[in-house]
Write a protein that binds this ligand. Structure first.
Ligand SMILES: *[C@@H]1O[C@H](CO)[C@@H](O)[C@H](O)[C@H]1NC(C)=O
Ligand SMILES: *[C@@H]1O[C@H](CO)[C@@H](O)[C@H](O)[C@H]1NC(C)=O
Length: 371
């Protein structure tokens, strides 16, 4: 029964995908994220699956064939990234969702907005993360633990003063970055300079890179002590990736301070207000700023053309100060309220011996839903 259901989903998915593709520029991520489901039976010839994923660009399809064993990692990385996006934006008007007809998961971004910037960065970081992690776990043919020979001897990890050595098997962030640059960015390089989408391609590439840079900068040395009876006269150190949550938090901050760019007459990207050239600190910071080209819609209404779901039926709170306050979330349309009975365990008592016995209590909670 399960298998049937999954087959049905896959069929549904492929059908929806094929049908909408021509009209809407459905995010290819939707299709790649699908690959994370290990239950999906991949045909023995990878040629067909790589060609069947219609969102992939020709260059990506080639990579897909060459690095077949990386594809579940790409899919899983994308899935985790989308979950993180949903978590970070759960209280905002834009909650990282797309209209259901647009594909199963994965945001579409027709417009080059801040939200698109965040999405590209987190997806590229998510894929890089998953590849780097799977290298360490020995799950991929063409990579292994992080290369510690490249790390200068004098760079001791934080707080390590004594004898220490690189020894542990670390996350391979460098390999992840290399793969992500090739696989994710290749589609952006396939557009022609001077074409309509050239500016958008530059924006996407920049934001992809921001995701990877944030990941790399937060990959830190971790150490473990070895020694006789708990002493720490030797340490083994290795590189460890940050959690996706940490990356999500940083990128959410970057989203708030995202910078507008424009494409100049020569077809190059520039900040609308140049970073201060005399201040190298600021200039250095600019390489990890998210960039966008266009103003965001208000995300209030469902708009298929722009791929927004609107805020109808969103749960909100009456507290006017909260980020998900009904005033903001419902866009002035008002909300419906109803009370919900919540049953929970209460007045738990320990009984001799050895049980905990609880009563059932009811709590009435008021729920507000945007009109
Ligand atoms: C985002 O909002 C839409 C519209 O109300 C809703 O259908 C969807 O489930 C929400 N997504 C998440 C991840 O909460
Ligand atoms: C019961 O409801 C009140 C307010 O309606 C809330 O503050 C409290 O946390 C709820 N208790 C439980 C256990 O859900």
């Amino acid at each position: 029964m399960h298998l049937c259901f999954i087959r049905f989903l896959v069929f549904q998915f492929l059908f929806i995908f094929a049908a909408v593709d021509a009209v809407l520029d459905v995010s290819w991520w939707s299709s790649v994220a699908q690959l994370s489901t290990s239950n999906i039976h991949l045909p023995s010839s990878t040629k067909s699956i790589c060609r069947e994923l219609q969102g992939l660009s020709p260059g990506q399809a080639n990579f897909c064939e060459l690095f077949e064993d990386h594809m579940p990692a790409v899919g899983n990385g994308a899935k985790k990234a989308i979950e993180e996006c949903e978590y970070q934006f759960k209280n905002q008007r834009w909650n990282c969702s797309t209209p259901p007809e647009a594909g199963v998961i994965g945001p579409i971004h027709k417009l080059g907005t801040k939200e698109a910037a965040f999405t590209y960065a987190i997806l590229s970081a998510g894929v890089t993360h998953e590849i780097g992690r799977r290298c360490r776990l020995g799950m991929l043919k063409s990579c292994g633990c992080s290369d510690t020979s490249k790390i200068p001897k004098d760079v001791a990890p934080d707080g390590v003063k004594d004898d220490w050595q690189w020894g542990g098997c670390g996350d391979n962030v460098d390999y992840g970055i290399k793969f992500s640059k090739n696989f994710i960015d290749v589609r952006e390089k396939e557009t022609m300079k001077r074409s309509e989408t050239h500016g958008r391609s530059l924006m996407n590439r920049w934001n992809n890179e921001v995701g990877r840079k944030i990941l790399k900068r937060n990959t830190k040395a971790k150490c473990k002590c070895h020694g006789v009876s708990g002493s720490c006269n030797m340490k083994t150190c290795w590189m460890q990736l940050p959690t996706i949550r940490q990356v999500g938090e940083i990128l959410e901050q970057k989203y708030r301070t995202a910078r507008r760019i424009q494409i100049n007459a020569r077809g190059n990207m520039q900040f609308e207000s140049q970073p201060d050239k005399r201040n190298p600190m600021k200039k250095k910071r600019a390489v990890t700023e998210l960039v966008f080209l266009e103003d965001s819609p208000d995300y209030c209404r469902q708009d298929r053309q722009h791929g927004t779901v609107g805020t109808k039926d969103r749960i909100c709170t009456k507290d006017p100060g909260a980020p998900n306050s009904c005033d903001i979330l419902c866009c002035g349309r008002g909300y419906n309220s109803y009370t919900e009975d919540v049953v929970y365990k209460c007045k738990c008592k320990f009984q001799w011996c050895c049980e905990v016995v609880c009563q059932q209590c009811r709590n009435q909670t008021e729920i507000h839903i945007c009109k």
